[in-house]
Design a protein around this ligand. Structure first.
Ligand SMILES: [Zn+2]
Length: 69
């Protein structure tokens, strides 16, 4: 059994940038670009994006309910 050579791949990220969150209407969203460096070149994959308010599992926004009596 012969072993295949392992392709040289590295992953790099952008510094996080704060952006506008359209859901909670605040400048609380962060976007991080992700790049994959391989022998064929550099590929930008979908960046990571999360909102400091909306995506916080410890303190999610309260569910809005309309009390219709
Ligand atoms: Zn948000």
């Amino acid at each position: 059994m012969t072993s295949q050579p392992t392709p040289a791949v590295a992953v790099a990220t952008d510094p996080a940038q704060s952006t506008w969150c359209s859901h909670c209407k605040a400048d609380t969203r962060f976007t991080i670009g992700v790049f994959v460096l391989s022998s064929t070149g550099v590929t930008r994959v979908n960046g990571l994006s999360f909102c400091d308010v909306c995506d916080d599992p410890d303190s999610p926004l309260p569910v809005r309910r309309i009390d219709r009596g």
